[in-house]
Design a binder for this molecule. Structure first.
Ligand code: DON
Length: 568
């Protein structure tokens, strides 16, 4: 780590974290043999136990993903999809894509009224919002490729948590109460997640017998039970009853895809992240490449110059996202051009250090004529060199709110990640066009950014693993934690705790966590022409791991969530 004046002073890290971030922060967890950082404590314990019993990072990830489908029902899922980025102990990288697909019969027209205007919420609520789930196929396939313990042993903790029930946390109780209207709208989901007598409270026991039975069937290890058996039939019947067009053929045709990860170099580090159909890796690498031209350490974390430069790089990258990114199997993304250092040097060169460039003046990349697109994250390492960064989602909190009859499975509303019509913002305010238009069988464009950093040297030593939920703010949350460590030399926990901001081209504003900008910094940004908008909502919920030179591993959960880092 270059001139890192803080590491490895973990005690100082905790003290700094308290002064900088919310009081809810904890010191980073420290270990040498393994580390999990997950968004919910009981699932983190499940992962830790798997590592201690000799499981590898993929085993722990599978067990945690299944446990989170029980203990973190707003985002943990069997009825959604995700991305798993895996570094093998030998240093190879694999990007495992088990993102949902659009049902084959789905068309863009189904989301428009007679005048061709988008019908509000149709991509978020009801059967048309539900993509063909990829999680179960994904976990089974990742386990078959890289797991080492029997799948049924990895599913056992989730089965007990669902069948015996578990005491919910304050945050889970609050989340269920906040989403009571959505959850009450579906009879099956109401049965499981809505209390009639009084609001949920911390310590209430949530029992999910149908989900336990579903998990037991999945534990046998055959994806057919989900994709062609009773569970699949229940999913299709429920989706169709709710107005959707999903068929048994759609489910039977679902396949996870192993993709080539994206690699980039930032200063002395090699950044490996997720390729399309996520925009996460490409946008992250674009921003980092543009920022490489500037010395961010000089103006430091939170300085108006630093925020200005980052926001300018972000608006340029998100403009390209809107125009050019989508499912690579349906749209020819000019990825090489978008990541070309010369192109990005030109983009960085258009950044005026003294003035914001209005987004109306930032056009997406144009090819030259002769050349012709509520979530959760956990990070795990097994201490043998295996590392997993995995982000998985139902999209909104509790997805569509629809539970497939008799299965306990909450179904996603991932279809909203498509651009329902050109220029019409989705729930995250993201716009898109043809690249991310709705088409049967296509995967909606994602912002999920599971990322692993290694040294850019022959030895390729692991440095960090991280990721976040947060829709469009996922990419910039990952970016900021990376820069906080790599440029601003913060200890890991402080880097995760530190307030964050976000710019996504459109709308043309810097959204920031209320505690981020002291008045002088805000004034410096307004002077440069930025429009500022404070938000009371947390931006992201990062789960990060940091590898010290001496073999010590640090894990940091985000005080914005209820997550936990556990090492040994
Ligand atoms: O794939 C995506 O980019 C979104 N479906 C992620 C949703 C999300 O992060 C919601 N969580 N806060």
């Amino acid at each position: 780590m270059k001139a890192n004046k803080y590491f490895p002073t973990i005690v100082l890290a905790a003290v700094m974290a308290l002064t900088i971030a919310s009081a809810a922060s904890r010191p980073a967890a420290v270990g040498r043999n393994g580390m999990v950082v997950a968004p919910e404590a009981q699932a983190a314990q499940v992962g830790l136990k798997v590592l201690k019993s000799g499981g590898n990072a993929v085993d722990a990830s599978v067990a945690m993903a299944l446990a989170l489908a029980v203990t973190y029902p707003n985002a943990g899922n069997l009825g959604g999809g995700g991305f798993l980025l895996y570094r093998t102990p030998e240093g190879e990288f694999h990007a495992h894509d088990h993102r949902e697909t659009a049902p084959g019969a789905l068309t863009a027209g189904m989301f428009l009224d007679r005048e061709g205007k988008p019908v509000p919420e149709r991509s978020l609520r009801g059967g048309l919002a539900v993509g063909v789930p990829g999680t179960v196929a994904g976990l089974l396939d990742a386990h078959r490729r890289w797991g080492s313990l029997p799948f049924k042993d990895l599913a056992a903790p989730a089965i007990s948590l669902a069948g015996d029930g578990f005491a919910i946390s304050r945050e889970t109780a609050a989340g269920l109460n906040r989403s009571a209207t959505l959850l009450a709208a579906d009879p099956e989901s109401a049965k499981i997640f809505v209390r009639r007598d009084r609001p949920w409270q911390a310590g209430d026991v949530l029992v999910q017998p149908d989900l336990a039975a579903t998990l037991k069937q999945i534990a046998a290890g055959d994806p057919a039970v989900f994709y062609t058996g009773r569970i699949g039939r229940a999913i299709v019947e429920t989706v169709r009853t709710c107005g959707g067009v999903m068929t048994l053929e759609d489910l039977a045709a679902y396949k996870p895809v192993l993709r080539e990860p994206l690699h980039g170099v930032y200063r002395r580090y090699r950044i490996t992240s997720f390729p399309p159909p996520s925009s996460g890796g490409a946008v992250l690498l674009q921003i980092l490449e543009m920022l490489e031209a500037f010395d961010l350490s000089a103006s430091g974390y939170g300085g108006s110059r630093t925020i200005h430069l980052m926001a300018e790089a972000e608006r340029r990258a998100y403009a390209d996202r809107a125009q050019w990114m989508g499912d690579p199997e349906f749209f020819d993304i000019p990825l090489d051009r978008l990541l070309d250092p010369d192109y990005l040097a030109g983009r960085a060169g258009s950044i005026d250090p003294a003035r914001a460039t209005p987004s109306g003046r930032i056009a997406p990349y144009r090819p030259v004529p002769e050349e012709s697109p509520e979530t959760l994250h956990f990070s795990v390492t097994d201490g043998k060199g295996g590392i997993v960064a995995m982000t998985t989602t139902l999209n909104s909190s509790y997805g569509s709110g629809i539970v497939a009859r008799g299965t306990g499975i909450l179904l996603n509303n991932e279809i909203d990640d498509f651009a329902v019509a050109p220029g019409v913002p989705n729930q995250f305010g993201l716009v898109g066009g043809e690249a991310n238009a709705i088409q049967g069988g296509k995967r909606p464009l994602s912002s999920m950014t599971p990322t692993i950093v290694t040294t850019n040297a022959a030895s390729s030593r692991p440095v960090m693993a991280l990721g976040s939920p947060g829709g469009s703010t996922i990419i910039t949350s990952v970016l900021q934690v990376l820069l906080n460590v790599l440029d601003h030399h913060m200890p890991l926990q402080e880097a995760v705790d530190a307030p964050r901001f976000h710019h996504q081209w459109l709308p043309d504003v810097i959204r920031y966590e209320a505690r981020m900008l002291p008045e002088d910094v805000a004034a410096g940004l307004r002077r440069r022409g930025h429009i500022l908008e404070a938000t009371e909502r947390a931006l992201g919920n990062v789960a990060a791991i940091w590898f010290e030179n001496d073999g010590t591993i640090h894990g940091a959960a985000d005080p914005r969530g209820q997550g936990r880092a556990e090492g040994f």
